[in-house]
Write a protein that binds this ligand. Structure first.
Ligand SMILES: Cc1cc2nc3c(=O)[nH]c(=O)nc-3n(C[C@H](O)[C@H](O)[C@H](O)COP(=O)(O)OP(=O)(O)OC[C@H]3O[C@@H](n4cnc5c(N)ncnc54)[C@H](O)[C@@H]3O)c2cc1C
Ligand code: FES
Ligand code: FES
Length: 480
């Protein structure tokens, strides 16, 4: 049986046997694991909920061409088995021992030279974000640099010098001592990957399954319908880190390659449910601009690198940012089980507050987004307290098809206005067949206000949400 988590750290394979290391459990986060060792205390816990970036690490994994891909992640939200078969890089790994003294990595050296280093809490995480940027971009634009730093909150306003450090450091195509050791790391990762058996990690009060094929995942799902599914774990991990919830059984599908596919068909785009939000964002830049726009203000790079589109649909949150768009595009989900596949409209899949139509033996396999013709306009809007790294107060995704100047089809899908993503169906009915004019849209805004009874909560009063929902319709009109 495969019951040992293996990953590369400090240039060697580390093995974790949860029977022997009783102080660790499968859902111990990578942050807590690292903090328990004196050599890796650079990683810090600021918030334990993916907001501050003090816990940022870089994980390198093999792509299809057996090349290493470097990603920044928030280690506070990553369970240990999720890094099985990957290289874990911490701030302690960046500098190398020289003959007389340590030689800093270029991103560290430039942080020193530009006076970018400030408090010891945020700086290690910032360095790791810069390292991720360094490995992925050559001469990045200001926009790319800012995006890489969005997930690192610094309250002492030191960003200018950090941005300068990034600009000066990222000019050498990512070449460094990691590039020199890549061959050895690839060899070690391939060695770990040779064992294709599912990981089954049992401790006294926790069972953690990590299959590497869809077939095995579905067998485990059938036999353990009570296991909590995790894909990127950015929703689920918070239940442990913030609410101290104990997970007795977990089915981790992050290692299932069949769920990480993307392809374009004649009339649709098909995303595997395990595709990360960052990958969806990159794919959609040219093809689905409204989705790209929404994903550009989704979490931070650390979150988008691991959070999945399947997890966004599967969590059925009323403020899940892809959902209004999936409604507007008329997307479908392909669900799969040992009995076969079934396709369901996204609107039928969402059943209630965080409730879905997923059967006990099923997993979401694919998200299918139909292509639209040039006469169809789709736009999306997100209102949140902060532009970056904030969840929606109200969101909207709207689809409009005109014949001559009249509305032949309209979808107005809102997030944050009800217990689920919800369409303003009465408003849609009112507008259908009418002229797409300012006067009619102004009248429609009043119907939007009547259709919803939103909540007041920490993010906003109900009244604000209603006004925002009305105004988003007008914004859609003005921008189209
Ligand atoms: C700091 C932070 C910022 C965030 N910002 C945003 C934001 O801007 N916008 C936004 O919408 N969300 C945001 N989120 C929420 C979260 O990141 C997203 O909902 C994300 O898409 C969840 O994906 P995941 O793979 O991490 O889900 P997971 O936590 O792995 O899973 C969530 C749920 O989906 C189900 N599920 C996942 N995959 C499948 C599958 N293949 N089959 C069946 N069920 C499945 C699981 O049962 C689980 O209950 C944020 C979260 C954090 C921590
Ligand atoms: S501790 Fe704040 S993002 Fe992880
Ligand atoms: S570097 Fe820590 S608050 Fe600014």
């Amino acid at each position: 049986m495969n019951n040992i988590v293996r990953f590369v750290l400090d240039n060697k394979i580390v093995e974790i046997d949860f029977f022997k290391k009783q102080e660790l459990k499968p859902t111990t986060t990578v942050l807590n694991y690292l903090r328990s060792y004196p050599e890796h205390k650079g990683v810090k816990e600021g918030c334990a909920e993916g907001d501050c970036g003090a816990c940022t690490i870089v994980v390198a994994e093999l792509d299809k061409n057996e090349k290493l891909v470097y990603k920044t992640l928030d280690s506070c939200l990553v369970f240990l088995p999720m890094i099985h078969g990957k290289q874990l890089i911490t701030v302690e790994n960046l500098a190398i021992e020289g003959t007389k003294e340590k030689i800093l990595h270029p991103v560290q050296q430039l942080m020193v030279e530009t006076n970018g280093s400030q408090c010891g809490y945020c700086t290690p995480g910032i360095i790791m974000s810069l390292f991720g940027l360094y490995k992925n971009h050559n001469n990045p634009s200001r926009e790319i640099i800012e995006d890489a730093l969005t997930g690192n909150l610094c309250r002492c306003t030191g960003y200018q010098s950090i941005i300068e450090a990034a600009q000066k450091a990222c000019t050498v195509k990512g070449k460094d001592h990691f590039s020199e050791k890549e061959k050895d790391v690839v060899k070690m990762l391939k060695n770990i990957a040779e064992n294709k058996e599912s990981l089954v990690l049992s401790t006294e009060n926790q069972k953690y399954f990590k299959p590497f094929s869809l077939e095995e995942a579905l067998i485990i799902r059938l036999e353990n319908p009570d296991a909590i599914i995790i894909n990127g774990s950015t929703d689920v991990a918070l239940r442990q880190t913030k609410k101290n919830e104990h997970f007795a059984k977990i089915l981790d599908i992050s290692g299932v390659e069949e769920l990480k596919t993307f392809y374009e068909d004649k009339d649709c785009y098909v995303f595997g449910s395990g595709i990360s939000i960052e990958q969806v964002k990159n794919f959609s830049k040219e093809t689905l601009p409204a989705l790209y726009k929404m994903l550009s203000v989704f979490g931070s790079l650390q979150i988008r690198n691991i959070a999945t589109i399947g997890g966004n649909a599967g969590s059925a949150s009323p403020i899940g940012d892809t959902l209004p768009l999936l409604f507007a595009y008329g997307a479908k989900l392909k669900l799969t089980s040992g009995a076969g596949d079934r396709v369901i409209e996204i609107e039928d899949f969402i059943k209630g507050y965080r409730q879905t139509d997923l059967g006990n033996d099923e997993l979401i396999k694919e998200i299918i987004i139909p292509k639209t013709d040039n006469s169809t306009k789709i736009n999306s809007f997100k209102i949140s307290k902060r532009k970056d790294l904030d969840i929606s107060t109200v969101s909207g995704a709207f689809k409009l098809k005109l014949e001559q100047e009249n509305v032949s089809e309209i979808i107005l899908a809102y997030g944050g206005m009800a217990a689920t993503t919800k369409r303003a169906v009465n408003t849609e009915k009112f507008l259908t067949g009418k002229k797409w004019s300012k006067k009619n849209v102004e009248e429609a805004m009043n119907i939007v206000a009547e259709e919803f009874t939103p909540l007041s909560d920490a993010r906003s009063e109900a009244e604000f949400r209603t006004i925002a929902a009305k105004n988003l319709l007008m914004k859609f009109y003005i921008e189209n």
